[in-house]
Ligand binder design. Sequence first.
Ligand code: THU
Length: 129
Amino acid sequence: MADELFEAARDAAAKAHKPYSNFPVGAAIRTPSGAIHTGCNIENVSFPEGWCAETTAIGHMVMAGENMIAEVCVYAPEGPRTTPCGGCRQRLREFGSADTKVHLCDATGVVETITLGDLLPAAFDMDET
Ligand code: THU
């Protein structure tokens, strides 16, 4: 993974609104055009209303007029190996393929690279039903 994608996710995590968990997360999505779209987690005093960094990044990607994910970096400096939650796996799969790589990073760099297919086997996909 390019340093640029890691740094984008790290910069996004610095913007996290995480007063309840104190667990910052940044996500960076690279699209086939080469553009990078980022997001942070945004929590809420009504706890279930917060959302994840990946979801923010997807929103930025779509609003920039793009709808294909080539590669994802998830940066979580407080966790040993932070994987996207179940809902975000399905949201990422909407715009990526089973082969799309997701780089799981801590403060030191990539801890593991995994595919969306491995993260979400048997994903709901209307093309495959
Ligand atoms: N979180 C993310 O933003 N992305 C992940 O991949 C895992 C968890 C956030 C949600 C919540 O704000 C905080 O991390 C603690 O769960």
